[in-house]
Design a protein around this ligand. Structure first.
Ligand SMILES: [Mg+2]
Length: 237
């Protein structure tokens, strides 16, 4: 059994993505009422505006409002309409409050506590805003279960970043680590690429940016973090 289990945070321990998804749904309905088809709004938002702002602002809640405003403005220019400043502000306001800390998923903290009782555990989470992300980790109660030194916040989750995390957690061989997370792109693939094991938590809702094919198919699957923990604790001892 691997001596170190790395656990993702967003949409593994806390409910992040569905809140973003709900706000984007609100935006697309708002834009429909403004006369823009959903298909065109989704394309402009996902493929143009969000890609630009991801490069500029990275992951996290802070680009959501600007991306809503920019999507409206860009749609107007594509349709050769003059953007209405008030409508642009209304679009941006649909994202208000998204920066509040995300709530825990059912049973997640209890499962994390159970895991730490039996295994060495690190939190491995992605954000361009380390201070904000640590605040979310703390607000979720995770620091009551896992030491601050066992929380690793990285601006990106690549194979190289995963190797750096293993060095941070003093794991000499990648085979001695196991990643648990909801993203094939960000959690499963970097772990598999360097030779670590992984459990994919399939939440049934994959963010458009997260869609990716696994590096290979030798990884575990679960539908929730508590189920992943049960599997990990049953698989050895
Ligand atoms: Mg995640």
């Amino acid at each position: 059994m691997p001596p170190l289990i790395l656990v993702d945070f967003d949409d593994t321990l806390v409910d992040t993505g569905p809140r973003f998804h709900a706000r984007r749904e609100q935006l697309f309905r708002f834009l429909e009422a403004e006369g823009f088809s959903r298909e065109v709004s989704e394309r402009v938002h996902h493929e143009v505006v969000d890609q630009e702002l991801l490069d500029l602002m990275g992951f996290g809640p802070f680009r959501l409002g600007p991306s809503f405003r920019d999507t409206y403005v860009r749609l107007c220019f594509e349709a050769e309409r003059f953007p209405d400043p008030g409508t642009a502000r209304e679009a941006e306001a649909l994202a208000a409050g998204i920066e509040n800390p995300p709530p825990l998923l059912p049973g997640a903290l209890e499962a994390l506590r159970e895991l730490t009782a039996h295994r060495s555990v690190g939190i491995y989470t992605q954000s361009h805003f380390a201070e904000y992300q640590l605040g979310c980790v703390e607000a979720a109660g995770v620091l009551e279960v896992v030491e601050r030194s066992q929380v690793r916040i990285t601006p990106e989750k690549s194979p190289d970043a995963f190797r750096e995390a293993l060095a941070h957690f003093r794991v000499g061989r990648a085979e001695a680590a196991w990643m648990v997370g909801n993203s094939i792109r960000s959690d499963v693939n970097p772990a598999l690429a360097v030779g670590a094991g992984a459990t994919w938590i399939d939440t049934g809702l994959t963010w458009h940016h997260d869609r990716a094919r696994p590096v290979h198919n030798r990884f575990s699957r679960a539908t929730s973090f508590p189920e992943a923990v049960r599997q990990l604790l049953e698989s050895a001892d």
